[in-house]
Design a binder for this molecule. Structure first.
Ligand code: DGP
Length: 209
């Protein structure tokens, strides 16, 4: 049994990542592929509770401190994630290091500094970027409750996401019908699984080149 794939969903707030990542895990499990959903930030841990309070504007933290908390929240999940990947479970991750870098870089923090705490995290095999213009996202239910859900911030975050893309990313038009989006993501995932089965590669490390 080979290792599982690390599949990441990224995108601006309200782009449909949670819906699509949940559907992907379900569809993979239905097809007999062992898969598990991981969501960042994980608000259930002690570090996650601090992040949650910050996002809901219950506490104030410096930009640097909150950046490091988001990174620590990923690191505290890493041992289990690696174990799952190595034992053949595919992980579908709802937000990852790219959100960490994009949100902080959007606040004009230094890009190299933003990447540094995440150096060495498991690198994704595929990244699906659910692309929606923040003006369209703002029309969706629940928008505007948390600290980053502001038009100017989201526009800047989207620009930063685009600057982080490489050949492992697919841009998915998130304004379309959810079933259509799911079918596209399923096709891309199946292709990634086939390619990996034909030519397995070890788990990569983030931000090492
Ligand atoms: P979500 O639970 O996916 O809606 O994310 C909550 C908010 O936190 C959302 O506005 C995006 C932001 N966010 C997610 N990950 C990070 C991160 O690593 N760093 C920063 N600064 N913000 C993040």
């Amino acid at each position: 049994m080979g290792r599982g794939l690390l599949i990441v969903f990224e995108g601006c707030d309200r782009s449909g990542k949670t819906t699509q990542s949940t559907r992907l895990v379900q569809a993979l499990n239905d097809a007999g592929v062992r898969a598990r959903l991981v969501k960042f930030p994980d608000r259930t841990t002690a570090i996650g509770a601090m992040i949650d309070a910050y996002l809901r504007q219950k506490t104030q933290l410096s930009d640097q401190a909150v950046h490091l908390l988001f990174s620590a929240n990923r690191w505290e999940a890493m041992a289990q994630m690696r174990a799952d990947l190595e034992s053949g479970t595919t992980l579908v991750v709802d937000r990852y290091t790219f959100s960490g870098v994009a949100f902080s870089a959007a606040k004009r923090m230094d890009l190299k500094w933003c990447k540094a705490p995440d150096v060495g995290l498991a690198a994704p095999d595929r990244v699906f970027f659910l692309d929606i213009h923040p003006d369209d996202a703002a029309k969706r239910a629940g928008y505007g409750d948390e600290i980053y859900e502001k038009r100017e911030m989201q526009i800047e975050v989207r620009v930063k996401f685009f600057s982080l893309m490489d050949k492992s990313w697919s841009i998915v038009d998130a304004l379309r019908d959810p079933d259509e989006i799911h079918r596209q993501i399923m096709a891309l995932t199946n292709r990634a699984l086939e390619r990996h089965n034909a030519d397995p590669t070890p788990i990569g490390k983030l931000w090492t080149q």
